[in-house]
Design a protein around this ligand. Structure first.
Ligand SMILES: Cc1cc2nc3c(=O)[nH]c(=O)nc-3n(C[C@H](O)[C@H](O)[C@H](O)COP(=O)(O)OP(=O)(O)OC[C@H]3O[C@@H](n4cnc5c(N)ncnc54)[C@H](O)[C@@H]3O)c2cc1C
Length: 408
């Protein structure tokens, strides 16, 4: 009987993990099922482009995984039972089903994070999901010249959304509200460049403005200000799906699965978690942030650990560190902010058209990595050993992660 691996979520992390495991283990020894709610691979890093009316390449998962040995199941995961080792799903016809697994790779990603601010669910738009981006696209197309758009959130997604909207619709009155200063985590030069682009695109930055309520035609701030907003775009970080927290898995307060340095759950050794759904500790003892930048390497790590353990070898360790933050500022401008291994800005940065091109290459590279999970290198498919088949006990988790989490 082949070892049953189920990967749930075919975003950047899950798709890479599934494809890479398939290229590491002999086909007859493993049955890999990849479950995803949507039939296409969604390039989340481009959803601000989708929201502003650009066409994105359609990438059907069935084509991407044809001939790889990975079975694709288009269905929505409704629950995981890590004691019974089952995944419950509902397909497009509303039919419920259950899959048994020997190894689970959990990669359901994340969605928008309203942070419980009143009015967000009724009035705000989000771009963390494709349906959300399409809804915003439709709304923006109906706005008349001069109407106000407020982007809430001064992080990477907020900067990308505000600049993309202002560049595509120069007739709109675009404001970005940030809890801190504009781009305050960037180097002085990087920050200055963001200001220059904002000025050029006519975007108003409302700094040190915490939005406390969203209404149909305005947002209110903690200092009592009211900012007119025909459309409010909410970009204050991401939140994970509640499925992991509803299981017996050890999760953080935010619901991310706590994993060790091989991306294996610290509570259930037959479960791995990757991408936004996982909390792993990176360089400097800091949690890796929700990003493709670390989600891809985490998926390589998880896949290699699964394959190594099943084939009776020691899991290799993929160093996961940051090199740069790549920010698009519309289609013609960008910022590449170089960072330390633990993601702190250094003084070096690239700006302008060259940076926009660099960022475009990074986005293409991320999609390419999904289709080439072993980075195009030849791979050797190994046999699953009887010893590898036996799942290790929880005590096998050696990484002192709990102590690191306790310090956070
Ligand atoms: C607009 C925007 C711009 C971004 N730009 C950058 C950037 O420049 N650089 C960067 O590093 N990161 C960026 N990010 C963050 C990055 O997109 C995420 O960190 C990354 O997508 C996480 O990958 P993932 O595989 O964990 O999750 P996802 O990419 O979200 O994939 C999760 C998958 O699981 C599926 N799924 C979810 N729930 C279920 C369910 N119940 N059943 C079945 N399937 C389900 C989804 O359909 C999806 O296919 C950006 C995000 C956004 C929204």
């Amino acid at each position: 009987m082949p070892h049953r691996v189920i990967v749930i979520g075919a975003g950047y992390a899950g798709a890479i993990a599934a494809g890479r495991i398939a290229r590491r283990i002999r086909r007859e020894d493993v049955a890999i099922t990849l479950v995803n709610a949507e039939p296409d691979f969604v390039e989340r890093v481009r959803l601000h482009q989708l929201a502003t009316g650009q066409r994105l390449k359609t990438r059907p998962l069935a084509e991407m995984f044809a001939g790889t040995g990975v079975d694709l199941r288009i269905a929505r995961v409704t629950g995981v039972d890590v004691d019974r080792r089952t995944v419950s799903v509902t397909d497009g016809n509303g039919v419920d089903d259950e899959h048994d697994y020997d190894t689970l790779v959990y990669a359901l990603g994340s969605g928008w994070n309203s942070r419980g601010v009143p009015g967000t669910s009724e009035h705000a738009y989000e771009i963390a999901s494709r349906p959300g981006a399409l809804r915003l696209r439709e709304r923006l197309a109906r706005l008349d010249a001069g109407q106000a758009v407020v982007v809430v959130g001064g992080g990477l997604t907020g900067l990308e959304a505000a600049t993309e909207i202002a560049e595509t619709r120069p007739d709109l009155d675009v404001t970005l509200t940030a809890r801190g200063g504009l781009g305050d985590w960037l180097s002085p030069g990087g920050r200055a460049h963001v200001r220059t682009v904002f000025d050029r695109l006519g975007i108003t930055a409302r700094e040190h403005a915490e939005v406390t309520e969203v209404a149909a035609d305005h947002v209110s701030t903690a200092t009592g200000d009211t900012i007119p907003a025909a459309v409010t775009v909410w970009t204050t970080g991401f939140a994970v799906h509640p499925i992991a927290a509803a299981s017996a898995l050890e999760v953080t307060d935010g619901g991310q699965i706590v994993v060790d340095s091989t991306m294996r759950s610290v509570s259930h050794p037959d479960v791995y978690a990757v991408g936004d759904a996982a909390l792993a500790i990176g360089p400097g003892g800091k949690p890796l942030r929700m990003s493709c930048a670390s989600g891809g390497p985490a998926a390589w790590q998880a896949a290699d650990a699964v394959a190594a353990r099943l084939t009776g070898r020691k899991p290799p360790t993929v160093p996961i560190r940051y090199y740069n933050q790549c920010v698009s500022l519309g289609r013609r401008e960008g910022l590449i902010q170089f960072v330390t291994a633990d993601d702190r800005a250094v003084s070096a940065f690239l700006a302008g058209r060259f940076a926009a091109g660099y960022k475009e290459l990074v986005c293409r590279g991320a999609a390419w990595a999904v289709a080439h999970p072993t980075l195009g290198l030849p791979t050797r498919r190994r046999r699953v050993t009887p010893q590898g088949q036996r799942n290790p006990e929880p005590g096998d988790v050696r990484f002192p992660l709990r102590r690191s989490i306790a310090k956070l």
